[in-house]
Design a protein around this ligand. Structure first.
Ligand SMILES: [Zn+2]
Length: 251
């Protein structure tokens, strides 16, 4: 198999990350985008990136995203080291947990959208209960990238698709109560859909409640292929080629 987990966070050190990478490879995960967002997560993404470089084909190929998420307001994204990065992220807005910092979150996201243009790197975006502000920033500062662990309404999804973004679905889509996410899944064209784990969060059924890990992306992919009525192998090759396209990687 040739799965691409487009969103995983890593922490700890080599001894924590190595077994996750080894199990992912055994489960058919060929590539992972290791995603930052804070000092700790940026370091973890870099650790996974370096480990995969040193271990050859026994691990998936790891790419990395470096960025500042909505909890890092007050920090300057221009001071980050993007050496070796294939994306900026995660960045974005969350008004579910921190609506009181709305203006500062928007400012931090805007600076990183500008960086994405300047460095010619795609962004990885988190958006929760912030549909209008997300759209207005993405219209004001056009760039390209991924909307990750998408749980919004179909109408919001279509507007993001119109702006050229790829939509990534996490294990949430497998949860029994997530009819709204499954409804949205139906409006995403197969050539703009991605799958992710969001490790260590949101483990899919049948692993729900456990710490998530990249190996489990296979469950989400299997579920979505069945749900959308697409052959599993076709689903994997299409979503992997989508990820390669949005990150401008060669296959
Ligand atoms: Zn994340």
């Amino acid at each position: 198999m040739n799965l691409f987990d487009t969103h995983a966070h890593f922490t700890g050190g080599e001894e924590d990350i190595s077994p996750l990478l080894a199990r992912a490879r055994e489960a058919g995960v060929a590539r992972i985008l290791a995603v930052g967002g804070s000092e700790e997560l940026n370091k973890g993404a870099d650790d996974a990136f370096r480990l995969s470089k040193s271990c050859g084909s026994s691990y998936p190929e790891v790419f990395k995203a470096v960025g500042l998420d909505r909890d890092q307001i007050g920090l300057n994204p221009s001071s980050l080291d993007f050496t070796g990065a294939d994306a900026i992220g995660e960045i974005g807005l969350d008004y579910h947990y921190s609506a009181e910092t709305r203006e500062a979150q928007m400012e931090l996201m805007a600076r990183q959208l500008e960086l994405s243009e300047k460095l010619d790197l795609p962004v990885v975006i988190h958006t929760r209960e912030a549909d209008e502000d997300t759209l207005s920033l993405l219209r004001e500062i056009p760039t390209r990238g991924i909307i990750h662990s998408f749980t919004g309404e179909p109408g919001f999804c279509k507007k993001l698709l119109d702006l050229g973004y790829y939509i990534s679905l996490s294990g949430i889509v497998t949860f029994r109560a997530a009819d709204n996410v499954r409804e949205t899944a139906r409006v995403i064209p197969l050539d703009r859909l991605l799958v992710e784990t969001d490790t260590p969060y949101l483990a899919p059924v049948p692993k729900r409640g456990q710490p998530n890990e990249p190996a489990f992306v296979a469950h989400t992919a299997r579920f979505l292929a069945d749900f959308l009525g697409v052959d599993f192998e076709v689903f994997i090759s299409q979503t992997t080629s989508n990820a390669l396209n949005v990150l401008r990687l060669s296959s």
